[in-house]
Design a protein around this ligand. Sequence first.
Ligand code: AMP
Ligand code: MG
Length: 487
Amino acid sequence: MSVGLDAAISLGNRFARELPELAIPWQAEEFPDARLLVLNEPLAAELGLDPDILRSPDGVRILTGNLVPEGATPVAQGYAGHQFGGYSPRLGDGRALLLGEVTDTEGRLRDIHLKGSGPTPFARAGDGLAALGPMLREYIVSEAMHALGIPTTRALAVIATGQTVYRETALPGALLTRVASSHLRVGSFQYAAAMRDPELLRRLVDHAIRRHHPELPGADNPALALFEAVVAAQASLIARWMLVGFVHGVMNTDNMTISGETIDYGPCAFIDAFDPGAVYSSIDVNGRYAYGNQPLIAEWNLARFAEALLPLFDDDPERAVEMAQDALGAFREQYGAALAAGFRAKLGLPEAVDGAVAAEVINDLSALMQQSRVDCTSFFRRLSDAARGRPEQARGVMLDLAAFDAWLARWTALEPDADAMDAVNPVYIPRNHLVEEALTAATADDLGPLERLMSALARPFEERAGLERFAEPAPDSFGPYRTFCGT
Ligand code: AMP
Ligand code: MG
């Protein structure tokens, strides 16, 4: 091929240069039999990368870390983390690498990162590898979240490594090439804080601010300003999760970003009927990361973030704690406001509707939906039909019709905007049974179901003929859903 690869992809090494204490230069394992399975062409275009080059043999070697463009310094990033509440001082990228940063077509820095690229010094007892199912699952769900307008890391490609990975059974191995606005996590700050080097912590704060909040360097107290910004970003993110019924499943502090993007799709799932106690992950035996706990857990994680930053908030430890508490106090308010605004939008309530009236309509509907165990996603689309004068389908799934009719009368009197509702209530979400179906077929070498699912999920708000089965809840035969961390 005549095209120079340096022209095809130019990778910076800003993280590796600015924070060497948190980065171990490392090489991906060689994957001579690597085969590109899926390439996200729209994302490649956003990054200014030529899909034809990425599909070429050398392009695939770049996507697997086997060909390192000049100037790049792939590193395994160090981080700590609270996992299910218990602290692990040294997690880090055990099977992942930050290849480097690209500048996208809008001038933003984006990380190119590999997951499943072989063991690193952080691997402990792990094999450093990933199985095909979980990597495709991250591809599907993260791209669906993006299409829903929810901040998330993205998936550029999934590559079959040609290796066999041993979990409970032998599985085909794969690697995900991931894109993120950064891979800074709460755990990155915990790791830096544990080194008891305020200068390093300050450098990490400055790096995060330059990357995510270029407006902040002038702040009187940059660390506090960063903390406040992360509190706000996470409050907004968690509200978005709750509004679509997303259950992350492993909200450890190493899986919470500073950018406010959703990261590390492991045993995640979507609820059907509204259930605060919904847990899908087989390892979450106590329901710590249940659907309804997510806001509390986010707040808990942010408290751990504040603890890491305390020495930078103020020299006086007591004063520093007060500042942290004040700043963290904003979370509940911001989360509550974001959730309320989101529900108002889902119900198409005009701005003129008073907040207290809206809250009552929302709460009463939630109670009715819970009582009848309705499928949340499809029900909101049925409600927009009701707003257009066609209430039959919504009525059809309600048990207490008299109560629902009374609610409908109150709500329609507020003049809900059905088109506005359709713009925020998705028809298509990555329903658990559809994801499993696509993964099962893909593992047997048939990518058809995955491609069809992805095309439905790419435009989630636009109802299209022929895609009816992607809009329906799981059949009863699907049974109670369990996700496994056997990644
Ligand atoms: P996760 O649950 O994917 O967020 O991973 C938690 C930690 O375990 C991170 O430090 C990962 O790098 C590490 N890890 C997970 N799976 C493996 C594996 N197969 N080999 C090495 N490290 C792993
Ligand atoms: Mg993780």
